[in-house]
Design a protein around this ligand. Structure first.
Ligand SMILES: [Zn+2]
Length: 170
């Protein structure tokens, strides 16, 4: 598999990405580990490696931490942030403990904020560069109305304002 390195703003963002990205061989989740300083060689160019625990020897994903928290993501695209928003909001609704539920709702709001970084003020829909995968592009083609910036702003207005939580922060 390719030796390409994926760029992420934080370990937290890598973990969110791995939620959406199962092993291409067996479909099980990847585990994220940071390469030890001693194991230089191939991993010298990456800060984190994710590999499937089930099919061990197979391709790992390599990540390098880069960019500022205020940049838009290079790892998770606008459609994937909307997926994460949906998953997190669902978890918030199912959580019985109030404080935890509120925290999850704030995380959902953060996912919307991350999605909103892919828009500019003049356009209600994101540009082609906001989509990183064929799946995401297909979702946009089939349901463009889900990507309305105004819709996202309306959804965010229903959620608590994220304070400390920031997917871009380490
Ligand atoms: Zn696997």
């Amino acid at each position: 598999m390719s030796d390409s390195v994926l760029f992420s703003r934080s370990r937290r963002e890598i973990e969110l990405y791995l939620k959406l990205t199962p092993c291409s061989h067996c479909g099980r989740p990847y585990l994220c580990v940071s390469p030890s300083p001693a194991s230089n060689g191939a991993s010298a160019s990456s800060d984190f490696i994710a590999s499937c625990e089930t099919c061990r020897g197979t391709p790992a994903l390599r990540f390098r931490i880069s960019g500022r928290p205020s940049d838009r993501s290079q790892l998770i695209d606008v459609a994937q942030w909307l997926t994460l928003y949906g998953l997190t909001l669902e978890a918030a609704h199912q959580e019985r403990e109030k404080a935890l539920s509120r925290r999850l709702a704030m995380e959902a709001a953060t996912c919307l904020n991350e999605a909103l970084r892919f828009y500019d003020d003049e356009n209600d829909l994101p540009s082609a560069g906001a989509f990183f995968t064929d799946d995401s592009r297909a979702r946009f083609r089939e349901h463009p109305q889900l990507f309305s910036r105004q819709r996202l702003l309306n959804l965010r207005a229903q959620l608590p304002t994220p304070s400390k939580f920031d997917a871009g922060a380490a």
